[in-house]
Design a protein around this ligand. Structure first.
Ligand SMILES: C[S@@+](CC[C@H](N)C(=O)[O-])C[C@H]1O[C@@H](n2cnc3c(N)ncnc32)[C@H](O)[C@@H]1O
Length: 326
């Protein structure tokens, strides 16, 4: 018998004391694990649907009205990044707030369409520009979470390449991208947000941002019209996030006609109205459509950049940037 090894009788055979103890523990642990997994999934679903942490994790008290009353934003303790590329869905742990358990993990997905509200403030406790922006967006209480991350990631990349000029956000929706562009870099005096159906809540988002950054007051114009009705100038920086289908092609055409810098994050690739050439035997059609867009832009005497924003925010994450080679 080797030194340190238990006597055979203790561990050999199914009826050995160690084997019996192991299966006793397994039996005890199995239901616990299953229950934890189920609770974790339920909480994740709840969180993603409501875009808030479960009430018990927020440390909220239910008031007499039945509405939740925040006890003040409470920073979460981030314990684990569940994905490593770009924005991970973060798993956050609160010190055992649930039924006396040893902490509990909840996923926070940046791709959620749930609205950000003041109940999310605790997720953005830092003094970084992104967290300050996120808190302002929470105050507005109307913006889908993924729009915050998309606008931020696209704006950051565009600003690394294109400074100055008027920012023109075509199909701009709430216009967050245009405003992020001004916040990131004051080299643009003004921005124009164009959307044929401006969301009413775009004013709420703008007001919340002006509250936080009075310096952008009066510098952003919102126009409810088709992008074809707006004049584009050569000095402009044209941006468009998720202009559906061939609206992205119209954005590119308008920018090129004016000789303006342009950045698009295409979505909803429409194989009927968007050109995919003969490439679909090798690659999927949406990719073929975007490759042809990039090639066309280059053929129109543009220098191009092809980038992506993190796929954990949106699968429609290909960013095409172009600047005329004057
Ligand atoms: C998918 S949304 C994207 C909104 C915003 N850019 C974002 O990233 O959240 C597309 C937007 O394009 C707008 N739109 C559609 N056709 C348009 C047109 N011809 N001119 C201007 N805006 C248009 C829609 O009203 C909608 O707000």
């Amino acid at each position: 018998m080797a030194a340190g090894a238990p006597p055979d009788g203790l561990w050999q055979g199914a009826d050995a004391p160690i084997s019996l103890e192991a299966s006793r523990l397994k039996d005890k642990l199995r239901p616990l694990k299953a229950r934890e997994r189920k609770e974790y999934l339920d909480l994740t679903k709840l969180d993603n649907a409501a875009a808030v942490r479960p009430l018990s994790l927020l440390g909220l008290r239910l008031g007499a009205t039945g509405r939740s009353a925040p006890a003040g934003p409470r920073p979460l303790h981030r314990v684990q990044e569940v994905r490593t590329v770009g924005y991970a869905s973060t798993v956050e742990r609160d010190g055992g707030a649930l039924s006396g358990q040893e902490g509990f993990a909840v996923a926070f997905s940046p791709s959620s369409r749930g609205r950000l509200t003041d109940r999310d403030l605790g997720r953005f406790p830092d003094d970084t520009l992104f967290h300050r922006l996120a808190r302002a967006v929470c105050h507005a209480g109307c913006l889908p979470r993924k729009e915050l991350y998309e606008a931020w990631e696209m704006g950051r990349r565009v600003r690394r390449l294109f400074r100055g000029g008027r920012v023109v956000d075509l199909g701009g929706g709430h216009g967050l991208l245009a405003q992020v562009m001004l916040l990131l870099d004051d080299s643009s005096a003004s921005a124009l947000v164009v959307d044929k159906a401006l969301p009413q809540s775009s004013a709420r988002v703008h007001d919340a941002l002006v509250d936080a950054w009075p310096r952008i007051s009066g510098r952003i114009a919102f126009v409810a019209s088709g992008l074809e009705d707006v004049e584009i100038q050569a000095a402009d920086v044209v941006v468009s996030s998720h202009a559906c289908g061939n609206l992205t092609d119209q954005v590119l055409d308008r920018a090129v006609a004016a000789g303006a810098r342009v950045a698009v994050l295409p979505c909803c690739h429409d194989t009927v109205t968007c050109e995919s050439g003969e490439l679909s035997g090798w690659i999927d059609r949406p990719l073929a459509i975007d490759i042809l867009r990039a090639v066309r832009l280059e053929q129109q005497d543009y220098r191009i950049w092809t980038q992506t924003i993190p796929a954990s925010i949106t699968p429609k994450n290909r960013l095409l940037l172009g600047a005329p080679m004057r």
